[in-house]
Design a protein around this ligand. Structure first.
Ligand SMILES: Nc1ncnc2c1ncn2[C@@H]1O[C@H](COP(=O)(O)OP(=O)(O)OP(=O)(O)O)[C@@H](O)[C@H]1O
Length: 559
């Protein structure tokens, strides 16, 4: 609910103004009723004046009610706008580890489904607010007309609302299940879209997916939606019937039991009928509001970073640092109970400014895990990281990240070309496009790449272009060359990396290309989470391992 409270604070005066307006419009509504009671029901003379006064009152009632409703709805839309922006900013400020734990499907379900439900609630909220205020004003008027009839009607309507509340609580229960299932449905959608190629190849898998996985969540969603709607329909119709019952009760008590005269009974009956529409609308709006409550709860359970307005980076680090030092740094992935967690053993490493370092190791040995630590995206479980003699803590973590550009193996390709501050130089972008051999494929228009519909290897080159234009001191490349053809791979290792070193970049590259290991200033090996540097013979062996193996195979087949 935090996001709700913080957003509502931003609009508190607007909200107060709208509530006052709603009271005024409700006052006019009661004024119309009182006019009918006091004037029209006794009209004998000055008929023309009466009619025109009545029409004037109706017009005032219409104008104030329309303005009140439009203001409330506009307030709702402004609120949703603010909340949407706040939520995305919170998402941007939340740590990568937390986002990984939440998962893409849950995040998408919240960003689209939850925000949509909150929007719907705001469209219906005016009905509930206006309905409630009208009930209050009408209640006061009824009390003025006849205290005894007011108490009986209030009791009758309280029972009505109490019973419909029981139904509405069932509605809430089922809506919550519907929302829980939405996360699963988004996962299903994700499988259908991201796994489309695999599902197209394998009809059996597609059938299994369709009939088992999708069916399970889709049918849970359907059943619970039907139940929620059924309880809601009961609550709606129950209210409708009971309001009509109240009219009958008022006439019975007034005329049969002699509690009041026909005139008072008629006015009270009119007042109750006047309340009927807003009361039913309010009951009708409740599921939407309950949906919004479920959505707000869901949003707060994401545990996103608290909202802050700016993008400023506190405690900036000097850009001319000489080294990054890891002292006994360990890392373990958070895991669910009963599962084995991968742990990075204590790392002691100093990366000097301007070095070209390769990190090698088998699949699953911890290379990407370490690169995420080096990028400041994962937080060390233990140990310390220093930039020169400044320790990296939560206070300067963002400043640390500002020293780094990276092309991860699962990189996202942005099209906007940004430099150190503002847009990147077009001349520089053009030069890098040539070096990356993409000058005939991609152009830069309005500081944007003209296209990203390219091969994976070409897209990775663009990822590198974007990273290079940022002019950050440390560049992390996770298996960058893996998707390049042999010719460009050679260019990358023999031309591009030396060029980057010449330009003063510190490059930390994860690599499997052992025929180029000799080009690195330093070679690091990670094995089962243990990182160490290779020297002398060990380094030689690592560099020629695959080539040697290949030679041996060729020799063996010749024999
Ligand atoms: N998000 C995660 N949550 C929990 N454990 C993870 C997560 N990502 C990776 N791991 C664990 O960490 C280990 C190291 O993974 P990492 O991605 O660092 O390996 P890698 O050396 O980069 O492998 P590859 O060469 O295949 O890219 C894996 O064996 C896996 O068990």
């Amino acid at each position: 609910m935090n996001i709700f409270i913080s957003t509502i604070k931003g609009y508190r005066w607007h909200l107060v103004a709208v509530l006052i307006l709603t009271f005024i419009f409700s006052g006019f509504g009661i004024g119309v009723l009182a006019f009918i009671n006091n004037k029209l029901m006794k009209a004998t003379e000055q008929k023309e004046l009466l009619i025109w006064t009545f029409i004037g009152l109706l017009i005032l009632f219409l104008i104030t009610s329309v303005i009140a409703q439009i203001s409330l709805t506009a307030l709702g839309h402004k609120f949703v706008y603010l909340m949407r922006k706040q939520l995305v900013k919170q998402l941007l400020d939340t740590g990568t580890e937390q986002l990984n734990q939440i998962g893409k499907a849950r995040l998408l379900a919240s960003l689209s489904g939850d925000i949509r439900n909150i929007t719907f609630a705001f469209v219906r909220l005016p009905e509930l607010v206006q309905g409630s205020i009208l009930v209050l004003c009408a209640g006061a008027y009824m009390f003025y007309l006849s205290e005894s009839l007011f108490f009986v009607t209030a009791l009758w309507l309280s029972v009505t609302v109490w019973v419909s509340n029981i139904a509405v609580r069932r509605v809430y229960h089922h809506l919550r299940i519907v929302r829980e299932t939405e996360d699963k449905l988004y996962k299903n959608y994700q499988s259908a879209i991201e796994g489309h190629k695999e599902l197209s190849l394998n009809r059996e898998r597609a059938k299994f997916y369709f009939e088992r996985e999708l069916e399970e969540s889709a049918s849970t969603q359907r059943d619970n939606s039907v139940r929620a709607d059924s309880y809601h329909a009961f609550a709606n119709n129950w209210t409708n019937v009971m309001v009509l019952g109240a009219v009958g009760l008022v006439f019975y008590l007034s005329l049969a039991e002699g509690w009041s005269n026909l005139e008072t009974a008629t006015t009270i009956a009119l007042t109750i009928l006047f309340l009927r529409t807003p009361l039913i609308s309010a009951v009708g709006a409740l599921p939407m509001l309950l949906n919004a409550k479920v959505a707000l709860d869901k949003l707060s359970k994401l545990n996103l970073a608290p909202y802050t307005e700016d993008f400023a980076i506190s405690n900036p680090l000097p850009r001319d640092w000489k080294e990054i030092r890891f002292e006994n740094v360990t890392y373990s992935y958070p895991t669910a109970e009963g599962t084995m967690s991968f742990a990075l053993k204590p790392v002691n490493l100093t990366i000097k400014r301007g070095e070209l370092i390769f990190l090698i190791g088998k699949n699953g040995s911890g290379k990407s895990t370490f690169s995420m630590l080096l990028a400041g995206l994962n937080h060390a479980t233990d140990g310390k990281i220093f930039v020169d003699n400044i320790e990296i803590t939560a206070a300067n973590q963002r400043a640390f990240r500002a020293q780094i550009s990276a092309v991860f193996s699962d990189f996202y390709l942005f099209t906007q070309l940004l430099g150190q501050a503002g847009f990147a130089s077009l001349k520089e972008a053009g030069q890098w496009l040539e070096t990356l051999q993409l000058e005939n494929k991609v152009t830069v228009e309005n500081h944007r790449l003209s296209t990203t519909n390219l091969s994976q290897g070409q897209r990775k080159r663009l990822g590198l272009l974007i990273a290079l234009l940022e002019h950050r001191p440390l560049l992390i490349l996770d298996e960058w060359a893996a998707d390049q053809d042999p010719t460009f791979r050679r260019t990358f290792y023999q031309v591009l990396l030396p060029l980057l070193r010449e330009k003063g970049h510190t490059v930390f590259a994860i690599s499997h290309d052992d025929s180029y290991f000799h080009l690195a200033d330093r070679l690091l090996l990670i094995s089962q989470g243990e990182l160490r540097e290779l020297f002398g013979e060990e380094r030689e062996t690592a560099s020629h391992d695959a080539v040697e193996k290949l030679n041996n195979i060729i020799k063996e087949t010749k024999i």
